[in-house]
Design a protein around this ligand. Structure first.
Ligand SMILES: Nc1nc2c(ncn2[C@@H]2O[C@H](COP(=O)(O)OP(=O)(O)OP(=O)(O)O)[C@@H](O)[C@H]2O)c(=O)[nH]1
Ligand SMILES: [Mg+2]
Length: 268
């Protein structure tokens, strides 16, 4: 490669990095006060057997939302670090596994369930939701109808279970010029419903890990506060891990603290 070509490539890279930064700066977030960055991912895998690590908590989490919003892509990026421009619609339900180090020698295993957004499979999806305790609701920032469907998906969740944690994801943030769901609309909706919200791009691998760390963090915080409540008089036991070895794989165990403060983050 000639010196000229090298300089031109360098400039191209700098330009692309700059535009990537711009894309990230343009995104918005609404999160409860969170230290999810401190959570570490220990291992990711495709099946239970590949992750036979001991754990203190089992979290069953499901991605739901209209077809084509990027649910499968989010999981594939997170587990295998792959992005495919062409995908086929998910049929039925499937899960992947990830394990987290929550700190203080506490570990959680998360089953991440992929569902199909198509109307044809709605009854199967609805039935399956009963077994999950947290939900990642995905819409496509370039299709308003997928955002308008969120209410219906939430209705479907509550008809089947009482979730412990919900998070809303606006995916495809890389498609800036095709954006159809305005920031103000999202901010108002989340404020009204007290939702946590993250914008992501599977293509740019932007905020994908953050989704799952946030879910693990909030579920664990919920367990800790529940434990503190029930062990108010025995904080010592709590300190040494009195809540350990509880396997949480059933829904409806804990309720959300609606009064928790949220951190609004508008980077634009
Ligand atoms: N540009 C861009 N395309 C994306 C992104 N995420 C997903 N896609 C594309 O969106 C399309 C649909 O993605 P899927 O992951 O199959 O969508 P899904 O929600 O799993 O769809 P169903 O299985 O039918 O419910 C694919 O062509 C992906 O390449 C993203 O962040 N940016
Ligand atoms: Mg899919």
């Amino acid at each position: 490669m000639t010196e000229e070509e090298q300089t031109s490539n360098k400039k191209k890279n700098e330009k692309s990095n700059e535009s990537k930064k711009e894309k990230e700066i343009n995104s918005i977030e609404i999160l409860e006060e969170s230290k999810s960055d401190e959570i570490k991912i220990v291992k990711r895998g495709n099946e239970n057997s590949s992750l036979n690590l001991s754990y203190d908590f089992l979290f069953k989490v499901s991605l739901i939302g209209d077809s084509g919003t990027g649910k499968t892509s989010i999981i594939t990026r997170f587990i295998d670090n792959i992005f495919k421009e062409e995908t086929s619609t998910t049929i039925g339900v499937d899960f992947k596994i990830v394990s987290f180090d929550l700190g203080k020698e506490t570990f959680a295993k998360m089953q991440i369930w992929d569902t199909c957004g198509s109307e044809r499979f709605k009854s199967l999806t609805a039935n399956f939701l009963k077994t999950c305790s947290a939900f990642i609701l995905v819409f496509d920032l370039t299709r308003l109808s997928t955002f308008q469907s969120i209410d219906n998906w939430i209705k479907t969740i509550y008809e089947n279970t009482k979730p412990r944690f919900l998070i809303l994801i606006g995916n495809k943030s890389d498609l800036i010029n095709q954006r159809k769901v305005e920031k103000d609309l999202i901010l108002k909706y989340c404020e009204k419903n007290n939702f946590n919200y993250i914008e992501t791009s599977v293509k740019n691998n932007f905020n994908i890990e953050k989704i799952f760390k946030e879910v693990a963090y909030q579920l664990y915080e919920g367990i800790k506060s529940k434990n503190q409540e029930s062990q108010k008089n025995d904080l010592k036991e709590y300190e040494i891990g009195g809540f350990k070895n509880i396997k949480i794989d059933e829904p409806n165990v804990l309720s959300e603290d609606k009064n928790k403060k949220k951190k609004y983050c508008c980077k634009s």
